[in-house]
Write a protein that binds this ligand. Structure first.
Ligand code: F6R
Length: 353
């Protein structure tokens, strides 16, 4: 039930704070120790020499963020793969691979095909899915629930943030993040609420930047590049504004030629290591006429930035940075008079290959 909301997407964007809070309570005890992840999962992953995250669409983008947690906190090399590619072109695997499937529905045919192949080859696997008792959760050796509640809108929002959170919790349980992760996630939940309470700002940003536009860009580096591709998918998927998500440093290698007067370029700026470089890239596109809209963390902000994100631990900033971009996609779509929840040509779950 949509309740007071005009669209499920808006309701589901708002629910992200609740989901973050729920996950920090479900997966941790009062002392901040991870519970509800079987020791057998942790042991199996510790035996692996490399992790393979396999997923499609938005779930694949959540994998791009999770890679960072697995590599940084567990020391395991982690590859992220698009399931439709992996299914027919399996890359050379390490000696002891461990597979992690990410999926909202648990029914995506491309990902199921890979899991089938993996099971046949005798490799261990874990599925993180939102729909419990779905095919991907039943057919993998292990499963972890995303607990995001039903996601009805075609565009995935709360399942994405739940996936990123559960990846962080799993990586923390296997290795050590050096963080009081329960506490950090509780903080994320509070700040998510702060952002979703500022919807009017995103409505204005979306209408100003995108009203008459047919193309747009999202740029960032590192974790912000991962969020940029997800942000671009969200915007193009529902508003039909052709949008590219780009690693900011790669623009100058060709794509910058697409920048025209007024082309909206949304820049995500939450990583201190690369903030200076991204500022440079923002100036380069601005010099070619782009309308730059900067979404920066408070600690990295400069006058003129369009929106300031509350600061949480930098590795967790993707959980906050994605929310303005979901809302920008929502309001740009509304502004065009389109059905936010049901974009053309798409089904909620893609059960064909
Ligand atoms: C985008 C979107 C899709 C799905 C993709 C995978 O908003 O919803 O890209 O993320 O089809 O679906 P799941 O996660 O159900 O495997």
């Amino acid at each position: 039930d949509k309740g007071v909301y005009p669209y499920y997407m808006l309701k589901e964007v708002d629910e992200q704070a609740i989901v973050a809070r729920t996950l920090s309570q479900y997966y941790f005890d009062d002392n901040g120790q991870v519970i509800n992840i079987d020791q057998s999962i942790i042991d199996r992953i510790k035996q692996a020499d490399r992790l393979y995250i396999v997923a499609a669409g938005t779930s694949y983008h959540a994998g791009l963020v999770g890679k960072r947690y697995f590599e940084q906190w567990t020391g395991k090399p982690t590859e992220v793969h698009i399931s439709s590619e992996f299914a027919y072109d399996q890359p050379l695997l390490s000696k002891k691979p461990f597979f992690i499937f990410l999926s909202q529905s648990g029914e995506t045919a491309d990902s199921r095909e890979v899991l089938d192949n993996v099971v046949k080859q005798g490799y261990p696997s874990l599925t993180m899915a939102n729909v419990l008792n779905s095919t991907l959760t039943r057919e993998a050796d292990f499963a972890l629930p995303l607990l995001a509640g039903p996601e009805i809108a075609v565009a995935s929002t709360k399942a994405y943030t739940a996936q990123v959170i559960v990846e962080a919790i799993l990586a923390h349980a296997i290795g050590d993040s050096g963080l009081d992760l329960k506490h950090e996630l509780a903080k994320v939940a509070v700040e998510m609420q702060v952002i979703t309470d500022q919807k009017d700002q995103f409505k204005v940003i979306a209408e100003d930047a995108l009203h008459d536009r047919h193309s747009a860009f999202y740029i960032g580096r590192g974790l912000d590049a991962a969020v940029a591709v997800e942000s671009a998918l969200k915007l193009k998927e529902i508003s039909y504004v052709q949008t590219e998500g780009f690693a900011a440093g790669e623009l100058k290698h060709g794509t910058i030629s697409l920048i025209e007067d007024g082309t909206p370029v949304f820049a995500l700026l939450t990583q201190s290591k690369t903030a200076g470089l991204v500022r440079g890239e923002i100036s380069q596109v601005a010099a070619r006429g782009a309308n730059t809209i900067v979404i920066a963390s408070q600690s990295l902000a400069k006058p003129g930035d369009a929106y300031l994100l509350p600061d949480v631990n930098e590795l967790l900033m993707p959980l906050l940075a994605v929310i303005p971009t979901q809302l920008i996609a929502y309001y740009a779509t509304l502004d065009r008079g389109l059905d936010v929840d049901r974009p053309r040509n798409l089904a909620k779950s893609v059960t064909v290959q």
